[in-house]
Write a protein that binds this ligand. Structure first.
Ligand code: HEM
Length: 93
């Protein structure tokens, strides 16, 4: 199971609707690192899987100081969870 999801700014960014296909570092108002802003990554299942395996290896200099998730099955579970969160109705109230 993912360990630190609720506290993750990036995790929150991609778990909002309509994030698939969005360029990395492009949510207005979030103070990204220069490395994230300059990266040419577009988020999809494959790029997210690579990034989550080792954030600093994929985007050297990223402010996401997180070692990553080595287990491919754990990453797949997390990505599936994020995808389901994308398709659940927004909170009412
Ligand atoms: C394991 C669950 C996590 C997921 C799925 C996740 C996902 C992401 C993604 C996709 C981005 C890029 C966001 C964008 O382009 O808008 C990002 C950025 C970021 N994440 Fe995470 N993240 C996770 C865990 C964490 C943790 C544990 C931390 C804090 C220690 C963290 C801190 C950050 C920061 C500070 C950024 C901005 C990085 C930069 O500007 O270089 N994330 N995350």
């Amino acid at each position: 199971m993912p360990r630190a999801l609720p506290a993750a700014p990036g995790g929150m960014a991609i778990s909002r609707p309509a994030e698939a296909g969005r360029r990395a570092g492009s949510v207005p108002g979030f103070a990204y690192s220069a490395a994230m802003k300059k990266s040419s990554i577009v988020w999809n299942k494959r790029t997210l899987d690579r990034f989550l395996a080792s954030p600093l290896a994929v985007i050297p200099g990223t402010a996401m100081g997180y070692a990553g998730i080595a287990d491919p099955r754990e990453r797949a579970d997390l990505i599936e969870y994020l995808e389901r969160a994308n398709h659940s109705p927004p909170c009412a109230g």
